[in-house]
Design a protein around this ligand. Structure first.
Ligand code: GLU
Length: 552
């Protein structure tokens, strides 16, 4: 019996050959230099920050070169699959405007290189494995889990590198006859790749992020097909799929770098050219004084649902990741504020060689900037959409009077230096509640008085203001009146003079304005007081100032 016979015993119904598939998946018709990338998550859980990080890189590389970005669902580990994970991945990509050019979703296949779900590609993998068996580069392995565990233990006691290699690769020595007999006897088996590497040899591996690396050749006969499901392992599916789908650049987590020698060997066994690789760094965070990997268990911000719940604009999250994808992104973005992140020329070798440090404060800064540049209508729409899902109370507030809400949002907006206090939609309520009388009067609050705290003096300022100086028509006149009031009450209306002779005054115009601000809002820091007062109108201002005695 020959290897061909063995291949036929294992895959009696597989008639298509590797050549057939080569024809079915011809070279893509793309312009010179166009890159083909893919996001290839396993549907084993929620969408994580690291996933989006990789999706962005893939997207940018493909878009910049007029290439193709596709989504492949790597669902060969059926035991770890989680319901709804695929939907979540697809929705997240759509929400972030990273929609793939090719994908398969809810029975619909978009693109000519599918199926894009690995479990639907079983026959293809089998044809490729059949070929490897025929050319003696793969074989069935009958070792049981117990036997493998024992082997491992022995290797550990003997201080030998663990794994199915060299003399430990017992089943690699079975003849086709012996293997066929075992199969006919109903013995369970997996299929292993027959490695031809020597672990003591190094070969040059070019990782586009890390540059030239010298890796040990692989000598482990890796499992390429599992026994029960007859589905391939990641290693094998990667080789077959990225070859047939003509992926030019594989962007994947650096935890896969140690497996690269296996993959290179498998591509070579078929005579295929391997793609280029970019192994991405881990996403790190500061924890006290030290840095550590962002953890799905410990850090809520590791899950994409966090950003939804907080109400960050999607673009802010993308840009915060761009700044850790390439360290020169920020500088570029400052110089080209109107360009899109996809216009930025990504370079793999400008990625951090250690971890990528993610910082939520940075995200807040980026987000504040983005929201500050939005129109009141845009902030209204986005925050309302967010509130509909995540905040009943903000939703109510908006629905009560959407024009008033928009006007509040418009304070210090649509001007050269707009307000930058909103980082996420969940911040809004906390920033504007005092603009609503029913909340304001019913809330336990602390008045943040500053330099002037004497109740009688505060009363005096407020009475003088509403009695004589209140004026809301234009900002200059409004401020002038406050200054006039300062002169009348013995406060410096001119800061320079005050600084020269502070002893001549009770305080200055800033102290008086603070009283007006705090008495109106309870806060010492608010956006522009004139704009706030204008939204209130004289009657509501008077009411707040009159009612303040109850708070004393
Ligand atoms: N399914 C693999 C993972 O989720 C993909 C790795 C790759 O992109 O090749 O880690």
């Amino acid at each position: 019996m020959t290897n061909k016979d063995l291949a036929n015993v294992i895959f009696p119904n597989i008639t298509k050959t590797v050549e057939d598939y080569e024809k079915e998946y011809p070279k893509r018709d793309l312009e010179e230099g166009a890159k083909v990338t893919r996001f290839a998550p396993s549907p084993t859980g929620f969408m994580h920050l690291g996933g989006l990080f990789q999706a962005i890189i893939n997207y940018v590389i493909a878009k910049q070169s007029n290439g193709v970005f596709f989504l492949r669902n790597e669902d060969t580990d059926k035991t770890r699959e989680i319901e709804g994970a695929v939907e979540l991945i697809m929705h997240t990509l759509n929400d972030y405007n990273l929609t793939p050019d090719e994908y398969e979703f809810k029975g619909e296949i978009i693109g000519n290189y599918g199926p894009y779900i690995q479990s639907e590609r079983k026959e293809i993998y089998h044809a490729f494995i059949k070929h490897l068996i025929e050319i003696d580069r793969a074989y069935p392995c009958f070792c049981s889990t117990e036997e493998l565990a024992e082997m491992r233990e022995n290797q550990e006691t003997m201080k030998i590198r663990t794994g199915y290699h060299g003399r430990f690769a017992r089943c690699s020595r079975l003849t086709p006859d012996e293997a066929i007999e075992k199969i006919k006897n109903g013995e369970k088996y997996v299929i292993r790749f027959r490695s031809n590497g020597n672990f003591d040899n190094k070969f040059e591996f070019d990782d586009l992020r890390q540059g030239k690396l010298f890796l040990n050749e692989n000598d482990i006969d890796e499992v390429i097909m599992k026994s029960e499901t007859m589905l391939p392992t990641y290693h094998f599916a990667h080789v077959v799929d990225d070859h047939l789908m003509h992926t030019t650049h594989v962007v994947r987590g650096e935890e896969w770098l140690p497996s690269a020698p296996k993959h290179i060997q498998m591509f070579a066994a078929f005579g295929f050219e391997a793609p280029k690789y970019i192994h991405t760094p881990l996403i790190m965070k500061k924890d006290g004084d030290s840095l550590r990997k962002i953890s799905k268990r410990k850090d809520p911000e590791a899950s994409m649902s966090y950003y939804d719940e907080m109400g960050y604009p999607k673009l802010a999250v993308i840009e915060s990741l761009m700044t850790i994808i390439n360290s020169n992104y920020e500088e570029w973005h400052t110089a080209n504020p109107d360009k899109k992140f996809t216009d930025f020329e990504f370079s793999a070798n400008k990625m951090s060689t250690s971890g990528a440090l993610y910082d939520l404060m940075k995200l807040d800064d980026i987000s504040k900037n983005i929201i500050s540049k939005m129109t009141k209508e845009e902030v209204y729409e986005e925050s309302y959409k967010w509130a509909n899902v995540h905040s009943e109370s903000l939703k109510e507030l908006i629905e009560k009077d959407s024009e008033y809400y928009k006007n509040i949002l418009n304070i210090e907006r649509e001007q050269e230096k707009p307000r930058k206090d909103i980082a996420k939609y969940s911040d809004i309520e906390n920033l504007i509640w005092y603009m609503y009388d029913d909340i304001f009067y019913n809330k336990e609050k602390e008045y943040e008085w500053k330099n002037i705290t004497d109740k009688e003096e505060i009363r005096n300022i407020l009475d003088t203001y509403i009695g004589k100086y209140i004026e809301l028509n234009d900002k200059e006149a409004w401020f002038n009146n406050i200054k006039l009031m300062c002169d009348e009450l013995g406060y410096a209306s001119n800061m320079k003079e005050y600084k020269k002779n502070p002893e001549n005054f009770k305080g200055n115009v800033a102290d008086v304005s603070t009283v007006l601000r705090v008495a109106l809002t309870s806060k010492s820091m608010t956006p522009d007081l004139f704009e706030i007062m204008n939204l209130f109108g004289i009657d509501r201002i008077k009411e707040r100032y009159n009612k303040i005695n109850e708070e004393f």
